[in-house]
Design a protein around this ligand. Sequence first.
Ligand SMILES: [Zn+2]
Length: 344
Amino acid sequence: MNLDPYKALGVDKKASAEDIKKAYRKLARKYHPDVNPGDKGAEEKFKELSMAYDILSDPGKKSEYDNLGQEAFYERGFGGAGYKQPDFDMSSFPWADLFGDLFGGGAKGGRATRGSGGFSFDGLGGFGRERAAAKGANREHSLSVDFRDAVKGHDITMELEVPESCARCGGQGHVSNGGGLRVCPACRGQGSTMGRQTIKAHIPAGVKDGQKIRLRNKGYPGQNGGPPGDLNLLVRIRPDAVMSRDGDDNLLMERKISLYLALLGGSVEVPTISGKASLKIPAGTQNGARFRLKGKGVSTDRRTGDLYVTIKVVLPPKLSDEASRLVQRLQELAPLPQDDPGQG
Ligand SMILES: [Zn+2]
């Protein structure tokens, strides 16, 4: 499915990150499966929104989409929901390894670094030196995590593209052609081709937006027998339609209740990370009152936070004449000091 993420979120290309987030939250709230139980259309729409937000909230993917255009973007394999999209992040490509190889020095002697102005080489003294074992380059990959998964923790499996020594030419970059040599057609002289690497990782409960998770030895392959580098997963948390985080441990949400429930008291259900919970509403609960559900926040081995529920009192939309008279009667019986006695 070639989704137009801008269309899906109803924003234009100039929309700011904040606008995109707002549009996502608004629509996610509308189409959230909790709000539309059993509605397949809403569920589908909700998936589209998540996918669109995945693309547009990630500066790398967004600029990729903007630059490549819709068709080329999906051809390169970003389509489909979940974490299975292959990703090839140019900024973390191990240029050092490739250039180190070309110059025969290994990463220790001749290291290429990719600065903002392009490529530069330091320490070319390594040119022609004996090949030393070198640790592979670290790589970074951004990982989009659902809000509730981030609170609860979960296991992920994803596939990443990694450069591998070209099987056709054995990493030489050329193959024999009659008596001579020609550029390897499989890797076009690069000596490496892109392969797939399956990464499994546990995202710990309570992970925060912007946090990095380091997976040792899951980076780019080492050279000449050296160990692989590390993979750093940069966690990006998709906002939830209902809940938000407050600090490390606590969760916040709003719950609407009717004027009648606020006046008379009762109980309501509230969604929590561990399922629905019942919240007791005392008679005379004010709009904006905040209740704490102990232990329903972020829970890790070390700590357990709470869920704070802020009450929004909803008034009946339009009163019939009879209802209006009853409310006037109520006002007489239970006057409030805030009201001007001359009014009503
Ligand atoms: Zn090759």
